[in-house]
Design a protein around this ligand. Structure first.
Ligand SMILES: [Zn+2]
Length: 381
């Protein structure tokens, strides 16, 4: 039971011995004594600054902004994000991801270590999240999908949202090529979509089971189709979609990806660091070894050319299930030291740094966020 007792301070050890001596000797220690022992050890560990259970909480954000609708649930409002940071500052020890993973491996991670990450590379990471990170002195790592750097286009999931879920009129019928042959959609009455209907449906997100209109069903199905295509075929399909819908490729300022200067600025101070998130945000497990290497090494080289220093952190696109051993090997071969999944777990020394788990954070108010991070930390989820 007390295999860790050798680590506690001498005074605490003496008090522990006294407690144990006062308990019954027939092996049935009373629960009250057990909790007093637990509390005593917790105090001793805190006094010694010793983290008996080396574990790291890594959080995954995407955007910090107020958006009109958020079907992919990527945004946290600035007010709520500030509350998250205040909570983390008060209860945890925020560290840069690269530093925290290195210290986990070395065995000198401080107690209750947390690392923040942002996926994709949205401009609001600089404009909105960065000042809040600075105010609360919380470091963060920004993972950038490099195809969109300086691009006038939106990330493809935002463009598909703009095409299908904004009010307006679309042609009723759509046909797209897919790996299993042509697929067709009929938008029916929802080909014409009013602002009033849009307001009614704006809280819908992809985790809801039912689609309020055929537009929402088409949105989900076209998203699923695009997510299995490689970058080239996805680009062709998006061009076809734009022609069908009669929309320009130029995206909304509110959904803009990061620019080169912003990436250089994020990498230039100690508070934030920039990592790679592939070139074209594809499911690496679906690619050949050569294409995996191009996505993994290509995004590293693109960011290094901007920031003028090595990029050592990577986040697998689509997180949890979209990478395989080949992708992990490509990441290792490219020279990354840390790679993040979205498998919801704490990072420990048992997991490879190239499979660092993370918890996705949603737009939770302060109380719910605090409750969730405590549950994650105590492994009660
Ligand atoms: Zn992503």
């Amino acid at each position: 039971m007390l295999h860790w007792a050798r680590h506690i301070t001498r005074g605490a050890r003496q008090r522990l011995d006294a407690l144990l001596a006062s308990s019954s000797t027939d092996g049935e220690m009373q629960w009250g004594v057990m909790s007093r022992v637990g509390a005593l050890l917790e105090g001793a560990r805190a006094a010694a600054g010793w983290n008996h259970r080396p574990q790291l909480l890594v959080l995954c954000y995407h955007r910090v902004c107020d958006v009109e609708n958020d079907p992919n649930r990527l945004s946290v409002s600035p007010e709520r994000f500030a509350a998250h940071l205040e909570c983390l500052r008060g209860r945890f020890t925020p560290l840069l991801l690269s530093e925290s993973v290195a210290r986990l491996a070395r065995g000198d991670l401080p107690p209750r270590a947390v690392a923040l990450t942002f996926d994709d590379g949205y401009a609001d990471n600089v404009a909105v999240a960065y000042p809040l990170l600075q105010r609360h002195a919380v470091p963060a790592t920004i993972f950038v999908a490099t195809h969109w750097i300086d691009s006038a286009e939106e990330f493809y999931w935002d463009e598909v949202e703009r095409i299908f879920l904004r009010p307006g009129t679309l042609p009723r019928h759509l046909t797209l090529d897919s790996p299993t042959g042509p697929r067709s959609w009929d938008l029916g009455h929802a080909a014409v979509y009013s602002a009033a209907e849009w307001r009614t449906d704006r809280d819908w997100n992809v985790q809801r089971h039912s689609a309020p209109t055929p537009r929402h069903r088409a949105f989900s199905e076209v998203m699923a189709l695009l997510s299995v295509l490689d970058g080239k075929r996805r680009g062709e399909t998006l061009r076809r979609l734009r022609e069908w819908a009669g929309v320009a490729p130029t995206g909304r300022e509110t959904h803009r990806p990061l620019r080169r200067g912003e990436i250089a600025a994020l990498a230039g101070d100690g508070l934030t660091e920039v990592g790679a998130h592939s070139v074209s945000h594809v499911r690496l497990a679906a690619l050949s070894a050569a294409d995996q290497a191009a996505e993994v090494a290509g995004s590293k080289a693109a960011i290094e050319a901007i920031i003028g220093r090595p990029v050592t952190s990577f986040a697998y696109p689509f997180g949890g299930m979209a990478y395989d051993n080949g992708a992990v090997e490509a990441v290792r071969a490219a020279g990354y030291r840390v790679a993040c999944t979205t498998t919801p777990a704490l990072a420990t020394r048992r997991n490879s740094p190239l499979k660092t788990p993370r918890f996705l954070v949603r737009d939770w108010e302060a109380g719910e966020f605090a409750q969730r991070v405590e549950q994650w930390w105590e492994r009660r989820w």
